[in-house]
Design a protein around this ligand. Structure first.
Ligand code: C5P
Length: 218
């Protein structure tokens, strides 16, 4: 079991997909079961942390010892993250945030018409990049799910978003599944973890995170 390596710490996480409304009954979303984020929230709580999980729509129970805040869209998720952030030592962005949302949300259900329907999309905020750029930013951990060239894309995202730690995985290895195989990236390089159930992978991530926090003197 995880030793209480995060005792006295507050951790805020995002998990699951965001849902960007088109009209009252339709929207666009990303595919994300939320399993990895929920496993990580549980592992943080088991390691003694106070945990706030800002979650998109998933079919998972709230892990013991975790406070869940349910959201739909990326802007909603961003607002709830910022509200939960005071006092946080660590922020972990696991959510599959939609990069774009419909520019206009129809107030009533849209009616079918002949021909092509064009939707205009506008960019969503990058929650993780925004939190990492705060003057008093918590220790920020990112995730990158890639379909190829994992090392290059994952390390590129870590550098671009200025993150001390990022967890990378290939989508074909982990998406929707109960097992995952991940690589951790930090200033010292890459650290592959063995394929394991997401609960075990989550404990490995927490171990590494706790080690980096200690080294950083935070
Ligand atoms: O989408 P991308 O691959 O850039 O996601 C990398 C990391 O950034 C993930 O940790 C994800 O949760 C986070 N992210 C975010 N807000 C976005 C896009 C991504 O917090 N709009």
């Amino acid at each position: 079991f995880v030793a209480k390596r995060l005792a006295g710490r507050k951790v805020v996480l995002t998990a699951g997909p965001t849902f960007e409304a088109i009209d009252p009954v339709r929207g666009i979303t990303n595919i994300s079961s939320g399993k990895m984020g929920y496993a990580l929230a549980r592992a943080c709580a088991q390691a003694g942390a106070e945990v706030v999980l800002v979650s998109g729509q998933v079919a998972l129970p709230v892990p013991a010892g975790v406070r869940r805040v349910s959201v739909a869209g990326a802007r909603d998720m961003r607002d709830e993250v910022l509200a939960a952030l005071p006092g946080a030592d660590v922020f972990i962005g696991v959510a599959a945030v939609a990069d774009y949302r419909p520019l206009d949300v129809a107030e009533h259900k849209m009616k079918k018409k002949d021909g092509i329907l064009t939707l205009s999309l506008t960019e969503n905020p990058d929650i993780l990049a925004e939190v990492a750029a705060l003057p008093d930013a918590p220790f920020c951990v990112g995730f990158a799910a890639e379909s190829r060239d994992l090392d290059a894309y994952a390390e590129g995202k870590r550098q671009k978003k200025r993150l001390p730690m990022l967890v990378g995985n290939l989508v074909q290895d982990g998406m929707g599944a109960d097992d995952n195989v991940v690589v951790l990236y930090d200033d010292a390089g890459r650290h592959p973890l063995p394929r394991a159930p997401k609960a075990v992978v989550a404990r490995g991530i927490v171990e590494h995170l706790a080690g980096l926090l200690a080294v950083a003197g935070r």
